[in-house]
Design a protein around this ligand. Structure first.
Ligand SMILES: [Zn+2]
Length: 217
């Protein structure tokens, strides 16, 4: 498992691509608190490696957040909650429903029977999520899934599969595609151009780079 580190204002971000689709699992540390975003670990080796990264940080894991309910973003969630029972799992209720259904979360298509068993606390638009020295604001973007969560702090955001470097998330319909583009424009493209964007797959980018180069926007 590769690890990529970035220092943001008030937080450090470790990006760990995991699983067959190289989903970006992020560990964020701010002060003495940690947040794990999108525990898409599949194999025991990865679960152990991510757990070791968490345990070797001199901080406590406060939050585990899933941006949306697709299999490749939630497949490690039950194992992570067993390993770190003091952490609070947060997920939009509509996305939790998706995660519990192996057809809807695409596990079946990946040859897996995974269905989430954990019982997350609701993560909803407008909520504020404190982590150490910083606070994330939660917003929701429809289209890739019914209620994908994005986490926005001062100089960076975790955006799940809504926006990628040079691309946008897949949608099941043309209507979903239009909802996704509208959500990206209203929620993300209005952020300062220097805002660092941490997507669900691939390299991080910035709002400014996507405004300039993303053919969909
Ligand atoms: Zn997805």
């Amino acid at each position: 498992m590769e690890q990529f580190h970035e220092t943001m204002s008030g937080a450090t971000v470790t990006r760990m691509p995991v699983g067959p689709l190289l989903t970006n699992c992020y560990l964020v540390q701010s002060g003495t608190e940690l947040m794990l975003v999108d525990p898409g670990m599949v194999w025991n080796r990865e679960l152990e490696e991510v757990a070791t990264v968490i345990e070797s940080a001199n901080a406590r894991l406060r939050w585990i957040v899933c941006t949306h309910g697709h299999f490749d973003h939630v497949s490690g969630v039950d194992t992570a909650m067993n390993r770190f029972p003091d952490a609070t799992l947060l997920m939009d209720p509509q996305e939790a429903e998706l995660a519990r259904d192996p057809m809807a979360n695409y596990a079946t298509q990946m040859g897996s029977t995974f269905a989430m068993h954990a019982d997350p606390c609701p993560l909803i638009a407008g909520q504020e999520l404190p982590l150490g020295l910083i606070t994330y604001r939660i917003a929701t973007i429809q289209g890739h899934t019914p209620a994908s969560s994005v986490l926005i702090a001062g100089d960076h955001a975790f955006v799940g599969d809504t926006l990628f470097a040079g691309s946008v998330g897949r949608t099941p319909s043309q209507e979903g595609f239009e909802q996704l583009l509208a959500g990206i424009r209203v929620t993300l493209m209005t952020l300062p151009p220097a805002t660092r964007i941490f997507p669900g797959h691939g390299e991080p980018t910035t709002i400014g780079a996507e405004l300039g180069d993303n053919p969909w926007l």
